[in-house]
Design a protein around this ligand. Structure first.
Ligand code: C2E
Ligand code: MG
Ligand code: MG
Ligand code: MG
Length: 297
Protein backbone atom coordinates (compact mmCIF):
# COMPACT_ATOMS: atom_id res chain seq x y z
CA UNK A 1 0.00 0.00 0.00
CA UNK A 2 2.83 2.33 0.89
CA UNK A 3 4.45 1.63 -2.48
CA UNK A 4 1.16 2.28 -4.26
CA UNK A 5 0.72 5.48 -2.42
CA UNK A 6 4.26 6.57 -3.22
CA UNK A 7 3.66 5.73 -6.87
CA UNK A 8 0.34 7.56 -6.83
CA UNK A 9 1.88 10.57 -5.21
CA UNK A 10 4.73 10.55 -7.67
CA UNK A 11 2.30 10.33 -10.61
CA UNK A 12 -0.06 12.91 -9.30
CA UNK A 13 2.65 15.31 -8.30
CA UNK A 14 3.06 14.73 -4.59
CA UNK A 15 1.21 14.53 -1.31
CA UNK A 16 -0.16 17.97 -1.57
CA UNK A 17 -2.30 17.14 -4.60
CA UNK A 18 -5.37 15.83 -2.83
CA UNK A 19 -5.48 18.87 -0.65
CA UNK A 20 -4.93 21.12 -3.66
CA UNK A 21 -7.81 19.44 -5.43
CA UNK A 22 -10.16 20.20 -2.55
CA UNK A 23 -8.86 23.71 -2.37
CA UNK A 24 -9.47 24.14 -6.05
CA UNK A 25 -13.03 22.82 -5.76
CA UNK A 26 -13.54 25.24 -2.96
CA UNK A 27 -12.08 28.09 -4.97
CA UNK A 28 -14.21 27.27 -8.01
CA UNK A 29 -17.31 27.12 -5.86
CA UNK A 30 -16.48 30.45 -4.28
CA UNK A 31 -15.70 31.99 -7.64
CA UNK A 32 -19.07 30.88 -8.99
CA UNK A 33 -20.83 32.32 -5.95
CA UNK A 34 -18.93 35.54 -6.50
CA UNK A 35 -19.85 35.55 -10.19
CA UNK A 36 -23.52 35.21 -9.27
CA UNK A 37 -23.38 38.26 -7.06
CA UNK A 38 -21.35 40.27 -9.53
CA UNK A 39 -23.58 39.31 -12.44
CA UNK A 40 -26.58 40.58 -10.53
CA UNK A 41 -24.83 43.88 -9.95
CA UNK A 42 -23.76 44.08 -13.58
CA UNK A 43 -27.32 43.49 -14.81
CA UNK A 44 -28.86 45.87 -12.27
CA UNK A 45 -26.39 48.59 -13.12
CA UNK A 46 -26.66 48.08 -16.87
CA UNK A 47 -23.02 47.11 -17.24
CA UNK A 48 -23.53 44.30 -19.73
CA UNK A 49 -22.69 45.21 -23.30
CA UNK A 50 -23.92 43.88 -26.59
CA UNK A 51 -21.86 42.71 -29.52
CA UNK A 52 -23.42 42.42 -32.96
CA UNK A 53 -22.42 39.77 -35.45
CA UNK A 54 -23.31 40.49 -39.08
CA UNK A 55 -25.56 38.07 -40.96
CA UNK A 56 -24.93 38.15 -44.69
CA UNK A 57 -26.70 37.15 -47.86
CA UNK A 58 -23.82 35.32 -49.55
CA UNK A 59 -25.21 35.83 -53.05
CA UNK A 60 -25.41 39.61 -52.89
CA UNK A 61 -22.64 39.94 -50.30
CA UNK A 62 -24.89 42.30 -48.38
CA UNK A 63 -25.64 42.50 -44.69
CA UNK A 64 -29.20 41.47 -43.88
CA UNK A 65 -28.99 42.02 -40.16
CA UNK A 66 -27.09 40.98 -37.11
CA UNK A 67 -27.34 38.92 -33.95
CA UNK A 68 -27.09 40.61 -30.57
CA UNK A 69 -24.77 38.71 -28.22
CA UNK A 70 -24.39 39.59 -24.55
CA UNK A 71 -20.93 40.54 -23.28
CA UNK A 72 -19.76 40.86 -19.72
CA UNK A 73 -16.36 42.07 -18.61
CA UNK A 74 -15.82 41.26 -14.96
CA UNK A 75 -13.89 43.93 -13.06
CA UNK A 76 -11.38 41.34 -11.75
CA UNK A 77 -11.64 38.29 -14.00
CA UNK A 78 -11.95 40.12 -17.34
CA UNK A 79 -14.27 38.97 -20.14
CA UNK A 80 -16.56 36.09 -19.12
CA UNK A 81 -18.04 33.94 -21.90
CA UNK A 82 -21.83 33.93 -22.27
CA UNK A 83 -21.59 30.14 -22.16
CA UNK A 84 -20.56 30.68 -18.53
CA UNK A 85 -22.77 33.56 -17.42
CA UNK A 86 -25.98 32.76 -19.31
CA UNK A 87 -26.39 29.45 -17.42
CA UNK A 88 -25.72 31.31 -14.15
CA UNK A 89 -28.37 33.85 -15.08
CA UNK A 90 -30.78 31.01 -15.91
CA UNK A 91 -30.17 29.13 -12.67
CA UNK A 92 -30.58 32.18 -10.52
CA UNK A 93 -33.60 33.63 -12.30
CA UNK A 94 -31.68 36.71 -13.40
CA UNK A 95 -32.15 35.73 -17.04
CA UNK A 96 -35.39 37.63 -17.41
CA UNK A 97 -33.74 40.90 -16.45
CA UNK A 98 -30.85 40.08 -18.75
CA UNK A 99 -33.19 39.29 -21.64
CA UNK A 100 -35.15 42.48 -21.02
CA UNK A 101 -31.90 44.45 -21.11
CA UNK A 102 -30.72 42.78 -24.32
CA UNK A 103 -34.09 43.30 -26.02
CA UNK A 104 -34.21 46.98 -25.08
CA UNK A 105 -30.64 47.76 -26.03
CA UNK A 106 -30.72 45.76 -29.27
CA UNK A 107 -33.98 47.25 -30.54
CA UNK A 108 -32.83 50.76 -29.62
CA UNK A 109 -29.50 50.22 -31.38
CA UNK A 110 -31.21 48.77 -34.43
CA UNK A 111 -33.24 51.95 -34.82
CA UNK A 112 -29.99 53.76 -35.56
CA UNK A 113 -29.34 51.49 -38.55
CA UNK A 114 -30.81 51.44 -42.07
CA UNK A 115 -34.44 50.36 -42.31
CA UNK A 116 -33.83 47.00 -43.93
CA UNK A 117 -31.43 45.85 -41.22
CA UNK A 118 -32.90 43.49 -38.64
CA UNK A 119 -31.62 42.42 -35.26
CA UNK A 120 -31.86 38.96 -33.66
CA UNK A 121 -32.09 38.41 -29.90
CA UNK A 122 -31.62 35.11 -28.08
CA UNK A 123 -34.45 34.11 -25.75
CA UNK A 124 -33.80 31.47 -23.12
CA UNK A 125 -36.07 28.54 -22.29
CA UNK A 126 -36.32 29.95 -18.78
CA UNK A 127 -37.79 33.18 -20.08
CA UNK A 128 -40.91 31.38 -21.24
CA UNK A 129 -41.47 30.04 -17.74
CA UNK A 130 -40.39 33.09 -15.80
CA UNK A 131 -42.19 35.82 -17.66
CA UNK A 132 -44.71 36.62 -20.36
CA UNK A 133 -42.36 36.78 -23.34
CA UNK A 134 -45.05 38.17 -25.62
CA UNK A 135 -45.73 41.03 -23.23
CA UNK A 136 -42.02 41.66 -22.72
CA UNK A 137 -41.30 41.84 -26.45
CA UNK A 138 -44.33 43.92 -27.39
CA UNK A 139 -43.58 46.31 -24.52
CA UNK A 140 -40.01 46.76 -25.69
CA UNK A 141 -41.09 47.29 -29.31
CA UNK A 142 -43.56 49.95 -28.18
CA UNK A 143 -40.92 51.71 -26.11
CA UNK A 144 -38.23 51.74 -28.74
CA UNK A 145 -40.53 52.12 -31.75
CA UNK A 146 -38.73 49.47 -33.79
CA UNK A 147 -41.07 47.85 -36.35
CA UNK A 148 -41.78 44.24 -35.35
CA UNK A 149 -40.51 42.95 -38.69
CA UNK A 150 -37.02 44.22 -37.86
CA UNK A 151 -36.80 42.01 -34.78
CA UNK A 152 -36.07 38.32 -34.80
CA UNK A 153 -36.24 36.03 -31.79
CA UNK A 154 -33.84 33.07 -31.59
CA UNK A 155 -34.91 30.07 -29.56
CA UNK A 156 -33.25 26.70 -29.13
CA UNK A 157 -34.82 23.30 -29.33
CA UNK A 158 -34.36 22.96 -25.57
CA UNK A 159 -36.64 25.93 -25.00
CA UNK A 160 -39.35 24.27 -27.03
CA UNK A 161 -39.11 20.94 -25.29
CA UNK A 162 -38.94 22.33 -21.79
CA UNK A 163 -41.56 24.99 -22.23
CA UNK A 164 -43.61 23.73 -25.12
CA UNK A 165 -46.95 25.29 -24.27
CA UNK A 166 -45.78 28.66 -23.04
CA UNK A 167 -43.23 28.96 -25.84
CA UNK A 168 -45.72 27.90 -28.52
CA UNK A 169 -48.32 30.45 -27.45
CA UNK A 170 -45.85 33.32 -27.11
CA UNK A 171 -44.17 32.56 -30.42
CA UNK A 172 -47.51 32.37 -32.25
CA UNK A 173 -48.50 35.81 -30.98
CA UNK A 174 -45.15 37.36 -31.82
CA UNK A 175 -45.19 35.76 -35.23
CA UNK A 176 -48.58 37.34 -35.92
CA UNK A 177 -47.08 40.72 -35.09
CA UNK A 178 -44.41 40.16 -37.71
CA UNK A 179 -41.50 39.25 -35.43
CA UNK A 180 -39.20 36.68 -37.05
CA UNK A 181 -38.81 33.38 -35.20
CA UNK A 182 -35.56 31.49 -35.71
CA UNK A 183 -34.75 28.02 -34.44
CA UNK A 184 -31.16 28.39 -33.20
CA UNK A 185 -28.39 25.77 -33.19
CA UNK A 186 -30.58 23.51 -35.29
CA UNK A 187 -29.45 19.92 -35.30
CA UNK A 188 -27.84 19.89 -31.86
CA UNK A 189 -30.97 19.41 -29.77
CA UNK A 190 -33.50 16.67 -29.48
CA UNK A 191 -36.57 18.19 -31.04
CA UNK A 192 -38.73 15.96 -33.17
CA UNK A 193 -39.23 17.13 -36.70
CA UNK A 194 -42.90 17.70 -35.98
CA UNK A 195 -41.93 20.83 -34.04
CA UNK A 196 -40.74 22.32 -37.26
CA UNK A 197 -44.27 22.38 -38.56
CA UNK A 198 -46.23 23.06 -35.40
CA UNK A 199 -44.14 26.06 -34.31
CA UNK A 200 -44.30 29.30 -36.30
CA UNK A 201 -40.66 29.40 -37.38
CA UNK A 202 -39.56 31.68 -40.15
CA UNK A 203 -35.94 30.58 -40.14
CA UNK A 204 -33.59 27.72 -39.27
CA UNK A 205 -30.09 28.46 -38.05
CA UNK A 206 -28.01 25.41 -38.81
CA UNK A 207 -25.45 24.84 -36.09
CA UNK A 208 -21.80 25.39 -36.91
CA UNK A 209 -20.96 21.75 -36.17
CA UNK A 210 -22.59 20.96 -39.55
CA UNK A 211 -20.11 23.24 -41.33
CA UNK A 212 -16.81 22.37 -39.69
CA UNK A 213 -15.84 19.43 -41.94
CA UNK A 214 -17.57 20.13 -45.25
CA UNK A 215 -14.33 20.90 -47.06
CA UNK A 216 -12.83 17.51 -46.35
CA UNK A 217 -15.69 15.15 -45.63
CA UNK A 218 -18.27 14.44 -48.39
CA UNK A 219 -20.59 12.91 -45.83
CA UNK A 220 -20.55 16.11 -43.76
CA UNK A 221 -21.40 18.10 -46.89
CA UNK A 222 -24.28 15.77 -47.79
CA UNK A 223 -25.61 16.14 -44.28
CA UNK A 224 -25.49 19.95 -44.44
CA UNK A 225 -27.08 19.97 -47.89
CA UNK A 226 -29.90 17.72 -46.74
CA UNK A 227 -30.56 19.64 -43.54
CA UNK A 228 -30.72 22.85 -45.58
CA UNK A 229 -33.10 21.17 -48.03
CA UNK A 230 -35.29 20.00 -45.16
CA UNK A 231 -35.66 23.62 -44.09
CA UNK A 232 -36.38 24.71 -47.66
CA UNK A 233 -39.06 22.03 -47.99
CA UNK A 234 -40.75 23.57 -44.97
CA UNK A 235 -40.49 27.04 -46.58
CA UNK A 236 -38.09 28.28 -43.95
CA UNK A 237 -35.23 30.66 -44.50
CA UNK A 238 -31.85 29.13 -43.72
CA UNK A 239 -28.85 30.64 -41.97
CA UNK A 240 -25.65 28.67 -41.69
CA UNK A 241 -23.64 29.52 -38.57
CA UNK A 242 -19.91 29.28 -38.02
CA UNK A 243 -18.65 29.95 -41.56
CA UNK A 244 -14.92 30.44 -41.06
CA UNK A 245 -13.18 29.86 -44.38
CA UNK A 246 -13.46 30.88 -48.03
CA UNK A 247 -13.61 27.21 -48.93
CA UNK A 248 -16.66 26.68 -46.73
CA UNK A 249 -18.34 29.76 -48.15
CA UNK A 250 -17.73 28.65 -51.75
CA UNK A 251 -19.19 25.23 -51.06
CA UNK A 252 -22.17 26.64 -49.20
CA UNK A 253 -23.09 29.11 -51.92
CA UNK A 254 -22.38 26.61 -54.68
CA UNK A 255 -24.02 23.49 -53.32
CA UNK A 256 -26.72 24.54 -50.89
CA UNK A 257 -29.55 26.99 -51.27
CA UNK A 258 -28.97 28.75 -47.98
CA UNK A 259 -30.18 32.32 -47.62
CA UNK A 260 -27.75 33.67 -45.04
CA UNK A 261 -24.36 32.96 -43.54
CA UNK A 262 -22.86 34.07 -40.25
CA UNK A 263 -19.36 33.46 -39.00
CA UNK A 264 -15.85 34.68 -38.37
CA UNK A 265 -15.13 34.77 -42.12
CA UNK A 266 -17.40 37.78 -42.58
CA UNK A 267 -16.93 39.17 -39.15
CA UNK A 268 -16.78 38.55 -35.44
CA UNK A 269 -19.34 40.07 -33.09
CA UNK A 270 -18.71 43.86 -33.16
CA UNK A 271 -19.36 46.73 -30.82
CA UNK A 272 -22.33 48.96 -31.67
CA UNK A 273 -19.95 51.62 -32.98
CA UNK A 274 -18.08 49.19 -35.20
CA UNK A 275 -21.34 47.72 -36.53
CA UNK A 276 -22.65 51.22 -37.23
CA UNK A 277 -19.47 52.13 -39.12
CA UNK A 278 -19.63 48.88 -41.08
CA UNK A 279 -23.22 49.58 -42.12
CA UNK A 280 -22.39 53.17 -43.03
CA UNK A 281 -19.56 52.06 -45.28
CA UNK A 282 -21.82 49.39 -46.66
CA UNK A 283 -24.72 51.53 -47.68
CA UNK A 284 -24.27 54.83 -49.45
CA UNK A 285 -22.10 53.67 -52.30
CA UNK A 286 -24.28 50.84 -53.55
CA UNK A 287 -21.09 49.09 -54.55
CA UNK A 288 -20.33 45.64 -53.25
CA UNK A 289 -18.48 46.38 -50.06
CA UNK A 290 -15.46 44.70 -48.63
CA UNK A 291 -17.08 42.83 -45.80
CA UNK A 292 -14.13 40.90 -44.52
CA UNK A 293 -13.19 42.35 -41.21
CA UNK A 294 -10.17 42.17 -39.07
CA UNK A 295 -11.08 40.91 -35.65
CA UNK A 296 -11.04 44.36 -34.14
CA UNK A 297 -13.74 45.55 -31.85
P1 C2E B 1 -25.48 31.38 -30.39
O1 C2E B 1 -26.78 32.10 -30.20
O2 C2E B 1 -25.51 30.18 -31.27
O3 C2E B 1 -24.47 32.49 -30.92
C1 C2E B 1 -23.43 32.24 -31.82
C2 C2E B 1 -22.13 32.00 -31.11
O4 C2E B 1 -21.20 31.48 -32.05
C3 C2E B 1 -21.49 33.28 -30.56
O5 C2E B 1 -20.72 32.94 -29.41
C4 C2E B 1 -20.55 33.68 -31.68
O6 C2E B 1 -19.48 34.50 -31.27
C5 C2E B 1 -20.04 32.31 -32.11
N1 C2E B 1 -19.56 32.33 -33.49
C6 C2E B 1 -19.93 33.14 -34.49
N2 C2E B 1 -19.27 32.87 -35.62
C7 C2E B 1 -18.43 31.85 -35.34
C8 C2E B 1 -17.48 31.11 -36.12
O7 C2E B 1 -17.27 31.34 -37.32
N3 C2E B 1 -16.81 30.11 -35.50
C9 C2E B 1 -17.01 29.83 -34.18
N4 C2E B 1 -16.29 28.84 -33.65
N5 C2E B 1 -17.92 30.49 -33.41
C10 C2E B 1 -18.63 31.49 -33.99
P2 C2E B 1 -20.93 33.69 -28.04
O8 C2E B 1 -21.13 35.13 -28.26
O9 C2E B 1 -19.83 33.23 -27.16
O10 C2E B 1 -22.31 33.12 -27.52
C11 C2E B 1 -22.45 31.78 -27.18
C12 C2E B 1 -23.88 31.46 -26.85
O11 C2E B 1 -24.30 32.16 -25.67
C13 C2E B 1 -24.87 31.89 -27.91
O12 C2E B 1 -24.87 30.96 -28.96
C14 C2E B 1 -26.16 31.91 -27.11
O13 C2E B 1 -26.66 30.59 -26.96
C15 C2E B 1 -25.67 32.40 -25.76
N6 C2E B 1 -25.94 33.83 -25.66
C16 C2E B 1 -25.16 34.89 -26.01
N7 C2E B 1 -25.80 36.06 -25.76
C17 C2E B 1 -27.01 35.74 -25.25
C18 C2E B 1 -28.14 36.50 -24.78
O14 C2E B 1 -28.19 37.73 -24.83
N8 C2E B 1 -29.21 35.79 -24.28
C19 C2E B 1 -29.22 34.41 -24.25
N9 C2E B 1 -30.31 33.81 -23.76
N10 C2E B 1 -28.19 33.67 -24.68
C20 C2E B 1 -27.10 34.33 -25.18
MG1 MG C 1 -28.27 32.71 -31.36
MG1 MG D 1 -26.71 30.06 -32.93
MG1 MG E 1 -24.64 28.30 -31.46
Amino acid sequence: IKADLALYEAKSGGKGRVVQFHERMDTEYKMRQQLKLDLKTAIDEGRLKLAYQPIINPRTNRIAGCEALARWTHPLYGPISPTTFIPIAEETGMITDLTAFVLSAATRDCRAWPGDISVAVNISARDFRACDVEELVTGVLENTGLPAVRLEIEVTETALIEEQEAAGAALQSLHRLGVGIALDDFGTGYSSLSYLRSMPFTKLKIDRSFVADIETDPEALRLLTNVAQLGKDLSLQITVEGVETDGQLAIITGKTGVDFVQGFLYGPPLSFDAMTRLLASHYPSGAVPELRLVASR
